[in-house]
Design a protein around this ligand. Structure first.
Ligand SMILES: Nc1nc2c(c(=O)[nH]1)N[C@@H](CN(C=O)c1ccc(C(=O)N[C@@H](CCC(=O)O)C(=O)O)cc1)CN2
Length: 284
């Protein structure tokens, strides 16, 4: 039976450390400030944004939520971001994804100052990450949280064959760069990959981020593989499930993340940690 990687417990540990750092910054007169922009009324996004601002409050981080109507124009959103870029009291800016169709996601990400890029999605920061320049570089929070999990559970990635299934800008691509920077041999698979399930079966570490309930089953996993499930899907009964069929996968894996309480909780904790880092870097 696999060891279950407890994302909720680890997130609480990260938060404790973040709180200590916030307390010490507050003593020096620096109040980290995160601004989250939510466009529209996507139900899940509203919950995530609420959770982000509650967590920030709990840790002593100032958080401001800007809510914009679903029909907000791209230009209005870009203008709003430009204003925040020049506001010295703001250290971190995040635009909640997904965005309504009339708004070009890339233009939005490109407009956020790389120095205030809470999500690490700006192309300058993605470029730095891909070049292995990790110092003072914000990184996408979900992959960053996964690296933290692997470290905590002493999973050595150096020289391991890692297969990342999914090539999104939020998870798959930054995940592959982080693993490559840590000396893993990384293959990124996606919907056009030939013989995908044969490939996943070769992975020492398998990261799955495809958004399809139980896409990976026990027969697709190598014995003793480490399985990281980034999926957050709903099954036919509306129950939250992952991309991996946990009930069978945990019989062959050495380590596995559950859904919920696996990768998800780490995302917000890493966001809080990154907000504090951006505040610190702004004074260096
Ligand atoms: N600008 C961004 N937008 C989005 C991101 C992101 O990192 N930056 N990621 C996701 C949503 N997300 C944070 O924004 C997020 C999703 C899920 C969780 C989480 O803790 N999940 C829980 C279960 C929650 C539930 O019951 O529904 C878990 O897995 O245990 C945190 C953050 C897309 N947009």
């Amino acid at each position: 039976m696999a060891v279950i990687i407890d994302g909720k417990a680890l997130a609480a540990e990260v938060d404790q450390d973040t709180k200590k750092q916030v307390d010490s910054l507050l003593k020096r007169g620096l109040e980290p400030h995160l601004v989250v922009i939510l466009v529209g009324d996507n139900e899940a996004s509203q919950i995530y944004v609420r959770n982000k601002s509650r967590r920030a409050e709990k840790l002593g981080i100032k958080s401001t939520v800007i809510k914009l109507d679903a029909d907000t124009s791209e230009q209005d959103l870009l203008d709003q971001i430009e204003k925040l870029n020049t506001d010295d009291s703001v250290h971190a800016i995040l635009v909640q994804m997904p965005l309504p169709d009339q708004i070009n996601e890339f233009k939005v990400i490109e407009t956020i100052s790389p120095k205030k890029d809470a999500d690490g999605f700006n192309p300058v920061n993605v470029g730095r990450l891909s070049a292995g320049q990790m110092d003072h570089t914000p990184v996408a929070c979900t992959p960053k949280g996964i690296m933290k999990m692997l470290e905590k559970y002493q999973v050595n990635v150096d020289g391991k064959n890692v297969v990342v299934v999914g090539r999104s800008n939020i998870v798959g691509k930054p995940m592959s760069y982080l693993l490559l920077n840590a000396n893993a041999t990384v293959t990124v698979a996606h919907s056009h990959t030939a013989n995908l399930k044969q490939l996943t079966k070769t992975a020492d570490i398998l990261v799955v981020a495809v958004g399809k309930t139980h896409f990976i089953k026990v027969q697709d996993i190598k014995d003793d593989a480490v399985v990281i499930d980034v999926g957050m899907d709903r099954d036919e009964n509306g129950k939250l499930t992952g991309d991996v069929e946990f009930s069978s996968a945990d019989k062959v894996a050495s380590f596995i993340t559950p859904v919920p309480k696996g990768v998800g909780p780490m995302t917000i904790s890493m966001l809080m940690q990154q907000t504090v880092e951006l505040a610190k870097w702004s004074k260096e």
